[in-house]
Design a protein around this ligand. Structure first.
Ligand code: FES
Length: 161
């Protein structure tokens, strides 16, 4: 459920659009920034604001991988294993991070398609902030720096709301 401040923000966002339905994506960002993921309850609430059904909201949000439909902790680590990253060590970065953070509920490691940073592969994002020229060791150190506060993470939506 939106906080009182976010209910006010949600109303303001809906008012920006000629049709309330168009506010689904920004409200999903707002909910994810608030809770760290899009819960079924949040999608119900978004449906009410957007004058549609929860199934419609779920259908829209399930198309975009940036919307997390389960809790994913404070750090979303997206590791590219597409063609360029594949040949210069992306899978090894992914394997290292998946193993290291397998039981860490604060770190969600995911394999993603091309991040459009092929020139500096292998690449990953932490909360949608780019890190490039990685090795398994440097990638782990970067995540540890976020965990320790030496690097500051934006919200899990990348601060888009
Ligand atoms: S293939 Fe990894 S960033 Fe493009």
């Amino acid at each position: 459920m939106f906080t009182d401040a976010n209910k006010k923000r949600a109303t303001e966002i809906v008012a920006l659009y000629p049709k309330a339905h168009s506010a689904i994506l920004p409200l999903a960002h707002l909910a994810q920034d608030q809770d760290g993921w899009l819960s079924p309850e949040a999608m119900d609430e978004i449906a009410d604001y957007c004058d549609t059904t929860a199934a419609d909201v779920q259908g829209v949000c399930s198309f975009y991988t940036m919307y997390k439909r389960r809790p994913c902790g404070n750090l979303v680590v997206s590791v590219c294993t597409n063609v360029t990253c594949l040949v210069v060590g992306g899978p090894e970065v992914l394997e290292r991070l998946e193993h290291k953070y397998a039981s860490d509920h604060d770190v969600f490691v995911e394999e993603v398609e091309c991040l459009a940073a092929c020139g500096n592969a292998p690449s990953m994002q932490v909360n949608y902030e780019y890190h490039e020229h990685l090795t398994p060791e440097s990638a782990e150190q970067i995540v540890e720096d976020y965990k320790a506060g030496r690097l500051v993470a934006r919200g899990v939506s990348g601060g888009l709301a």
